[in-house]
Write a protein that binds this ligand. Structure first.
Ligand code: AHM
Ligand code: MG
Length: 338
């Protein structure tokens, strides 16, 4: 990782990236800038989460007589209203909404598609644990100028033109890639800007952290049980032992593993043959980011990015992180099947 230049804002970084591509129209940059604004608004609200009770916002109506929204609904609505009139999108889809979201009439219809999970890990909010927004951007397949169709949303992850996440943690960090390096920007709340804090992140090839909900052990398939046992025994083989770290908030778990090296697993098990996490809103964007940082992401057999989505809210198992670790779990899963 190169030491960042000082005072490189997210906006400037995106523009400089775009200048390397003379064919670029500036639309993707503008779209990412709109998303960064939505992230700042959500971050402000996340930081106030614990105050709702203290300030007497009981029930559903706050002191101004406004409806108090659940934070995930608030995040969803913030992103939709920040993005639907920019003129860059032909449609959106959100984990919080069943169907695709069309661009309202009278707004320009653009050439990009935005898929997002507005507030992932929202069960952690009340405990002040990190949560995040995840996004994925594609170019449309349908003809320009027409309203987008579901086929625009159901593209393989390899077609992504950009993806990223925002983690609302001890600080707010915006991480994005256009496939050429993964970069992180930390929000300076005083100036209200995301400033470059980690340029060209490379995930360490070896993992020393594993992240999985071990409470589900009895439902796991044998290959996964064997793999977890194997890494827990690392020190018996004279190797550095693994640490278990599981926040239960995918954005925070993957962000940490991206920086320190690790594997995050949400497997298929005997109860849930497709795991829990969503291909379009969680797994594809994270797979694009982690692969762009030198890691791997599979569903056990296939590369996540090569799965053809069949429906908007499709779930897939995921094994994602440091390359060597994903290679190894893949071998254990295969061996148990033979
Ligand atoms: P959500 O989209 O309802 O917030 O659920 C997704 C979250 C992920 O952030 C996290 O990795 C996972 O659910 C944790 O699930 P579990 O509690 O089953 O371990
Ligand atoms: Mg989610």
């Amino acid at each position: 990782m190169r030491k960042p230049q000082r005072f490189m804002t997210l906006h400037r970084h995106i523009l400089e990236g775009e200048r390397k591509h003379p064919e670029a129209t500036g639309e993707l940059s503008a779209l990412l800038a709109d998303l960064a604004l939505a992230a700042k608004v959500i971050s402000l609200e996340v930081n106030k989460a614990g105050l709702i009770d203290i300030l007497g916002f009981t029930g559903d109506v706050n002191v101004q007589g406004e409806q108090v929204k659940k934070l995930d609904v608030y995040a969803h609505e913030t992103i939709v209203s920040a993005m639907d009139h920019g003129g860059h999108l032909c449609l959106m889809a959100s984990e919080e909404e069943e169907d695709i979201i069309h661009i309202p009439k009278h707004h320009r219809i653009g050439k990009y598609v935005l898929l997002f999970d507005p507030l992932d890990g929202s069960s952690n909010i009340d405990a002040n644990v990190s949560i995040g927004t995840i996004f994925s951007i594609f170019k449309r397949k349908s003809p320009d100028g027409t309203p987008g169709t579901i086929e625009d949303a159901l593209q393989k992850g390899v077609e992504q033109v950009a993806a990223g996440y925002i983690v609302y943690g001890s600080s707010t960090i915006f991480v994005y890639t256009t496939g050429e390096g993964v970069h992180a920007f930390t929000l300076d709340p005083a100036v209200g800007e995301f400033l470059l804090s980690h340029e060209n992140i490379r995930i360490p090839e070896k993992a020393h952290i594993y992240s999985i909900n071990e409470g589900n052990y009895k439902y796991w398939h044998q290959g996964l049980k064997n793999y977890i046992k194997h890494i827990q025994d690392a020190d018996n083989r004279g190797e550095k032992p693994y640490s278990a770290r599981y926040i239960g908030s995918m954005v925070a778990d993957i962000h940490r593993n991206l920086l320190y090296g690790g594997i995050f697993i949400y497997p298929a098990d005997k109860r849930n043959p497709n795991g829990k996490l969503r291909l379009l809103y969680e797994c594809n964007p994270m797979a694009f980011i982690v692969e762009s940082a030198g890691g791997r992401a599979i569903d056990g057999k296939r590369r996540i990015l090569e799965i053809q989505p069949e429906k908007l809210h499709q779930r897939v198992p995921i094994y994602i992180g440091s390359k060597e670790a994903v290679d190894m779990v893949e071998r254990f899963l295969q061996e148990a099947e033979e």
